[in-house]
Design a protein around this ligand. Sequence first.
Ligand SMILES: [Fe+2]
Ligand SMILES: [Fe+2]
Length: 167
Amino acid sequence: MATKAPKRTKDDLKRAKQNALDLLKEDHQKVQKMFTAFSRLKEKGDPIDKENLVEETCLELLVHADLEEQVFYPAVRKAIHDPELMNEAKVEHGETRELIAQIQEMEAADELYNAKVTVLGEYVVHHIREEEDAMFPRILQSRLDLDELGDRMLARKEALLAEREAQ
Ligand SMILES: [Fe+2]
Ligand SMILES: [Fe+2]
């Protein structure tokens, strides 16, 4: 019996036609929801649930930061000619990575755990606003091919996720 090609899911179809900005906005929404979920668990949530959610959130953020730094930011730097804006984004990623590294060393029972995760969430929301409100409009005015970039980013994201899973 001939084997049928796997059916494409609705998710695959949606992802297949995402441009670069849609792809990033979807990641942004996802992590913001994760921080909202954390704020609900913060006071009385089970410590294991909290740690699992936080670890998942940190991995999501690291893959997103790698993707932007390796593929998105270099393309945007060339297209919008605003080194200051791009340097600020780079510094914010650096600070975020430092906070993530500290949190990954902690346990939910640690005194500063909730505070660190909350500050990380505030930091990430600020960074997302800078990207969506300052950087993305500049990109839309540029000649950057967002469909082509989206394809490259999707391929890179899949490779990054596979790398993370193999770790
Ligand atoms: Fe970013
Ligand atoms: Fe981003």
